[in-house]
Write a protein that binds this ligand. Structure first.
Ligand code: NDP
Length: 326
């Protein structure tokens, strides 16, 4: 038996509970991992609370991230005792995930834990941080170099936003954070932002084109915020869109794209090919100032996961949440 969060949906309703789980209930897979840490991402919070249609199969252990040690394996690339990491691939959505002491997975989904990181540091980064790195890689691929001008990061007080600010500032970019929480201004500056703007002017309907300011953007918010960011991006600037914290809609015009040559790049971490994941983790190991992870992440236990999920969706959680599953 082992402990884990289980999401169920039946005649008694939708609920998440911390339970004892029998080994025999583990799903199919060729690698069994003794999980040491997981995390709480926005998507996990949706799965736990049922506020978004994330869970595709019931019962399900949520948790899109995990780190741990291989306990059993029939996969040629892994041996018992190896330290491994997992982000995405539908784990915690359609396949049992990381918010439990054990997981059984397809070895193709695993990434060796980079030597530079402890288990806690890898989970302080987690899917949110790896997604932030995918945004940075996309900006670089489109030639957004630090000399081109300011990069705006929306939702800067959250998980993706915090890591994006830390990464971009370490790489020499001038980073402007956008937040709805004025109390997090000093925190966002301590991660390296040169300026912090108030969210209210971004999340309301704006003009098709505004004053050109951003060379690039990392947007986790979607909706009017993404539209306004595109409308104020400089000629030939690049906007990376990875989130929907304010909504799935995109109430924009084509003006920034056809009059200013702005590029909108979609970022997906879930099905991202393995080579790009390995590259993202390698770049995180090289380019992230790990002392910043101490500012970004807080650790909780499995018993705190369910109440913390509600707080996260209510915008009350700063940075990243590491879950110690022991
Ligand atoms: P967090 O909850 O940690 O951060 C989201 C932040 O967005 C909040 O902290 C808040 O920042 C801001 N925010 C929340 N609600 C609103 C709102 N209504 N209007 C404007 N801003 C808002 O989540 P994550 O950082 O983990 O994830 C952010 C988004 O990115 C989510 O939508 C998530 O689903 C998505 N995501 C996508 C991935 C992909 O593969 N494409 C991977 C990972 C995440 P502040 O308080 O500073 O304003």
């Amino acid at each position: 038996m082992f402990k884990g969060i289980v999401v169920e949906k039946d005649e008694a309703g939708y609920r998440a509970t911390l339970k004892d789980i029998d080994n025999a209930q583990l799903p199919e897979g060729n690698v069994t991992v003794r999980v040491s840490h997981s995390t709480l991402n926005y998507k996990d919070a949706l799965a736990i609370t049922g506020r978004g249609p994330v869970v595709r199969k019931f019962p399900l252990v949520p948790g899109i991230d995990l780190v741990g040690t291989v306990e059993e394996t029939s996969h040629p690339d892994y041996r018992v005792g190896d330290s491994v990491l997992l982000n995405g691939w539908g784990v915690g959505e359609g396949h049992w995930g990381g918010l439990a002491q054990k997981a059984r997975l397809n070895g193709e989904w695993l990434v060796p834990l980079p030597e530079r990181f402890t288990a806690q540091q890898a989970m302080a980064i987690g899917t949110a941080g790896y997604t932030a790195m995918l945004c940075v890689l996309a900006l670089e691929r489109h030639d957004v170099t630090p000399d081109k001008g300011e990069i705006v990061v929306t939702g800067a007080g959250g998980g993706v936003g915090s890591v994006a600010v830390a990464l971009l500032s370490k790489l020499g970019y001038a980073v402007v954070g956008v937040t709805g929480r004025p109390q997090e201004r000093d925190y966002i500056k301590s991660l390296g932002a040169t300026d912090v703007l108030e969210r209210s002017t971004f999340c309301v309907p704006g003009k098709p084109l505004g004053r050109e300011r951003w060379a690039g953007a990392v947007d986790v918010v979607g909706s009017y915020t993404l539209a306004n960011v595109c409308a104020t991006t400089k000629y030939r600037g690049v906007v990376t869109a990875c989130g929907l914290a304010a909504g799935m809609d995109f109430p924009a015009t084509v003006a920034p794209f056809i009059l200013r040559g702005v590029t909108l790049v979609g970022i997906d971490s879930v099905m991202c090919p393995r080579t790009e994941r390995l590259m993202a983790w390698q770049r995180l190991a090289e380019d992230l100032d790990i002392t910043k992870l101490g500012l970004i992440a807080n650790e909780i236990g499995l018993t705190d996961v369910i109440p913390t999920a509600t707080k996260l969706l209510d915008g009350q959680v700063r940075g990243r949440v590491i879950v110690n599953v022991d």
